[in-house]
Write a protein that binds this ligand. Structure first.
Ligand code: GLY
Length: 455
C-alpha cells in the first residue's frame, strides 16, 4: 500500500514513522525534514519538496505517486482545502475538508457551534468585528480579566491572556485593535472571560461518526520554565498511564469526551466532512470543563505522545477512517506514561535569528529508548543538523511505566544535544501537582460580567 504524508513538522515525523512501518510512504514537504525523508526512503517510498498548502500541487503529487491513502495533518493545508482537492480526484484521505476544518480556522464559528451543543462549557464571549467593537467588547466584562485572540490560525502564538501577557484592560484593548491593523479584512477578534483552571487536551480520533478517545494530554505552551515568557506552539507534552492527568478527575475527562462527540456529530449534521483527529483544548475547573479551542488535526507535540503509545498499524487506522468503520480496537495504545520534549532554536518565539548548527546522535538516543522526531531542521552532515527558521527543531519522545522514568530518559538524551534550548520542567510531577491549586473552588476573579454570552 502507498501512503502520503503532507507536511514537515514533528507531528508529521511521528506519523511518518508509524505509517512507514506498514506501507510504502511518500511525503510532500516544505523542507527536508530528516525523520520524514529517512522513513520514506527506508519504506521504499520517497519525498519531494513543494508547497504543502497548494491543493493542486498536493493532488498532482498524489496522482504521480499513485497514492492509496493520504493523511493531511497540519492546520494550514487543511484550511487551504488540500483534503478537498485529494478527495475530488478520488484519493482516499484522512483529514477534514476546508468546511470541516473551519472548527479550527474560524474560532468565531467554533464558539457559535459550541454554544449550540454545549453552552455549559462555553466561556463568556464577545466577538469584535472591527477595531471599534474591541473597546466595547472589553468594557462588557467589567473588571473581569479577559483573553484576546484572533479568530484565524495563529500557530499557537496569537492568544494573549490578562496576567501573563496583558497587564491591564487597556493593554488588552490595544492588542485587540492591533490585530485588526495587521490582520485579514474578514477576520474577527474574540474577547473571552479568563477561565481559572488547568488546561488539558484530548486527541480524539474519528471517522466522522465514531470517536475514539486516547488519554488526556498536557501541552507546555509557554517558552520558559514555570510558564514564563511568550506563548509558543508547545515546548513539550505528556500523558499518564490512565485517561486523566494528576490535576483532573474522570468526570472532567468524560465531560470533555462528550463535548467532542457532540461537536463532531453537529459538523456531520451540517454536512461538513470531518475525519482524522480533533485536538480539543479544555480547562479543568472546580465547576467542570470549559472549552478553549478545537483543532482539526493532531496537536504538535501531542501527536508524538499518541504515536509513541500506539501499538497498531496507522495505515490500517487510516483505512478504517476512510471506510467510515473505525472502532476503538483499531487504535490500541500502551498503558504507559509518555513525555515529549521539544528542543528549539534559541530565538524561538522571541525574535528573528540565524540558522544554528547542532549535533545529535540519533542512534544513541534511540538505543537509550527515545524516538527522535525532527521538525524545523535539515541534515547538514553526518550527525549534524541545521535549524530552519526560528522554530522548534527536534523533539525527543518516550514512554515508560511511570512519568518519572519517561522524563528522566528524555532529559538524559536532551543533555547530549548542544546549542538548542528546552524547558527543564516538562514532565516534572511538582509542576503538575501545582496545577491542582488552580481547581480550588472560589468566586470568579474580578466579579460578575455585565453581559450574557454573545457570539
Ligand atoms: N499543541 C498545540 C497545537 O498543536 O496547536
Amino acid at each position: 500500500m502507498r501512503t502520503l504524508i503532507v507536511g514537515h513538522g514533528g507531528r508529521e515525523s511521528a506519523l511518518a514513522c508509524r505509517m512507514a512501518e506498514h506501507s510504502e510512504l511518500h511525503a510532500l514537504l516544505g523542507h527536508e525534514n530528516p525523520s520524514i525523508v529517512r522513513h520514506a526512503a527506508e519504506s521504499g517510498g520517497g519525498h519531494a519538496l513543494g508547497d504543502v498548502c497548494d491543493p493542486r500541487a498536493v493532488a498532482a503529487f498524489a496522482r504521480e505517486r499513485e497514492i492509496d491513502l493520504a493523511m493531511v495533518s497540519a492546520d494550514e493545508p487543511l484550511a487551504a482545502g488540500v483534503v478537498d482537492a485529494l478527495r475530488a480526484q478520488g484519493t482516499a484521505t484522512v483529514g477534514p475538508t476546508r468546511a470541516g476544518a473551519e472548527i479550527e480556522w474560524n474560532k468565531a464559528f467554533a464558539r457559535s457551534l459550541l454554544t449550540e451543543v454545549a453552552p455549559e462549557a462555553s466561556p463568556l464571549l464577545r466577538v469584535a468585528r472591527d477595531a471599534g467593537e474591541v473597546a466595547e467588547g472589553i468594557a462588557a466584562f467589567g473588571s473581569m480579566p479577559v483573553v484576546v485572540k484572533p479568530s484565524g490560525l495563529t500557530g499557537g502564538k496569537g492568544v494573549k491572556v490578562m496576567g501573563p501577557h496583558l497587564a491591564s484592560h487597556e493593554e488588552a484593548r490595544a492588542y485587540g485593535v492591533s490585530l485588526f491593523e495587521r490582520g485579514r479584512a474578514d477576520e474577527t477578534v474574540l474577547i473571552e472571560e479568563k477561565i481559572v483552571g488547568a488546561e488539558f487536551t484530548i486527541q480524539a480520533v474519528s471517522d466522522g461518526r465514531t470517536v475514539v478517545f486516547p488519554p488526556s494530554t498536557y501541552d507546555y505552551p509557554f517558552r520558559y520554565d514555570g510558564d514564563e515568557g511568550p506563548g509558543t506552539g508547545g515546548m513539550g507534552s505528556l500523558s499518564m498511564p490512565g485517561a486523566t492527568l494528576p490535576f483532573m478527575t474522570t468526570a472532567h475527562y468524560e465531560q470533555a469526551c462528550s463535548i467532542i462527540e457532540r461537536v463532531i456529530a453537529r459538523l456531520a449534521e451540517q454536512g461538513r466532512h470531518f475525519s482524522g483527529v480533533m485536538n480539543s483544548g479544555f480547562f479543568a475547573t472546580a465547576d467542570g470543563v470549559k472549552v478553549i479551542e478545537f483543532n482539526a488535526r493532531f496537536g504538535d507535540p501531542e501527536c508524538m505522545n499518541i504515536m509513541s503509545l500506539f501499538n497498531g498499524s496507522w495505515p490500517h487506522v487510516m483505512e478504517r477512517i476512510c471506510a467510515g468503520a473505525l472502532s476503538a480496537e483499531d487504535v490500541p495504545l500502551r498503558k504507559e506514561a509518555s513525555v515529549v520534549l521539544y528542543l528549539v532554536s534559541p530565538d524561538y518565539a522571541l525574535r528573528a535569528g540565524p540558522a544554528y548548527d547542532f549535533t545529535l546522535d540519533r542512534e544513541q538516543i534511540e538505543a537509550a529508548g527515545s524516538h527522535v522526531f525532527f521538525s524545523s531542521a535539515v541534515q547538514s552532515g553526518e550527525g549534524t543538523y541545521r535549524t530552519v527558521g526560528t522554530s522548534r527543531a527536534v523533539a525527543l519522545a518516550t514512554t515508560a511505566p511511570t512519568l518519572e522514568e519517561a522524563r528522566a530518559r528524555v532529559v538524559q538524551s536532551a543533555l547530549t544535544i548542544p546549542v538548542l534550548e528546552w524547558r527543564r520542567d516538562v514532565g516534572d510531577e511538582g509542576y503538575l501537582n501545582g496545577l491542582r491549586a488552580l481547581l480550588a473552588p472560589g468566586p470568579p476573579a474580578g466579579g460578575e460580567p455585565l453581559l450574557p454570552n454573545a457570539v
